[in-house]
Write a new protein. Structure first.
Length: 316
């Protein structure tokens, strides 16, 4: 049960403004999203004796607020948009604006028994650098698509030069990112353990270390759910629906699927698992998802035990 008398604040994060609401009560405040506004926010929270703060993940705009709140003693949580969307539906709330969103966040924050922890400060820069690397890779894919439809040779050559430039930039940035990770002994050890698993390369290992710091500290079902490769039941009465994966961290799942494609061919344990599933009639995509789930659980086990991967499969 939650304490209904606990004073909570909800913050709706915009590009240039923050909307703050207090629950219980009807106190409201809008401040500019800058140093002066954050100072006013602190005074407002102090004035109303706020015990905990919730704010919504807002496409990266929330990072400055998160860093600011992390330096305070007051508990704070970054909430996922899907959580708040379904909470609003449960309350039959259809109207939506910044003030209403702030109130909804405050009420939802008060309803939580425990607040999810804010991300470790060590990952602030690493996450931003990894996002930049992913953006370069997206540009490479986009220009390659342009090149496929180009007709004049001179245009094709321009695309080829741009692709070469971007790939050089990508390789250099990945080396810088690896160095940043290895500057932290704990993260360096985690990175080495992950690349010991056949099927996980340096690029994917960097993504796992940065995008899923819970690895090695959570249960197998939890890490599968966080990665978005946990199948969920769809049953009701006599109906037995097809199990499907839902949610999870999209960018992490993309890297994990690339690992799964490789591991299903070259990792002796997971290749045998993939072949067994295919032999039992599983579709290719379902089998790859199952391999991805096995792979993230294996990575979690490796980091928990702090021992490098060794294959178990013996060819007969």
């Amino acid at each position: 049960m939650t304490d209904d008398s606990m004073i909570c604040a909800g913050i709706d994060v915009g590009k240039s403004h923050l909307d703050i609401a207090i629950h219980p009560g009807d106190a409201r405040l809008r401040v500019t999203y800058d140093a002066a506004g954050l100072k006013r926010l602190d005074a407002f929270l102090q004035e109303h004796d706020v015990k905990r703060v919730g704010f919504e993940a807002s496409g990266g705009y929330e990072w400055r607020l998160m860093v600011h709140l992390r330096g305070k003693k007051r508990p704070a949580a970054r909430l996922q948009p899907a959580q708040l969307r379904y909470f609003a539906r449960s309350r039959l709330q259809r109207a939506k604006n910044d003030r209403l969103d702030a109130t909804l966040i405050a009420v939802f924050t008060a309803s939580l028994k425990t607040l999810p922890a804010l991300p470790d400060a060590r990952f602030d820069r690493l996450s931003a650098e990894l996002t930049y690397l992913e953006q370069i890779e997206q540009q490479v894919a986009l220009v390659k698509t342009f090149a496929e439809t180009a007709v004049p040779e001179i245009v094709k050559r321009r695309h080829a030069r741009e692709i070469a430039r971007l790939e050089t930039c990508r390789n250099a940035h990945m080396l810088r990112l690896e160095k940043l990770v290895r500057d932290d002994p704990d993260l360096a050890r985690r990175l080495d353990l992950l690349v010991s698993i056949k099927g996980i390369g340096m690029r994917s290992a960097l993504c796992l270390v940065i995008r899923m710091p819970e690895l090695g500290h959570a249960g197998r079902n939890e890490v599968a759910a966080l990665a978005g490769v946990a199948p969920y039941d769809d049953d009701s009465g006599k109906h037995r629906g097809r199990r499907r994966i839902q949610g999870g961290r999209e960018r992490l799942r993309k890297s994990l699927f690339m690992c799964a494609f490789t591991a299903s061919r070259h990792n002796p344990d997971l290749a045998a698992f993939y072949k067994r599933l295919r032999g039992n009639g599983k579709e290719h995509l379902c089998a790859v998802i199952a391999v991805a789930r096995k792979l993230v659980i294996l990575a979690n086990t490796i980091l928990t035990r702090q021992t490098e991967w060794t294959p178990k499969y013996v060819r007969r």
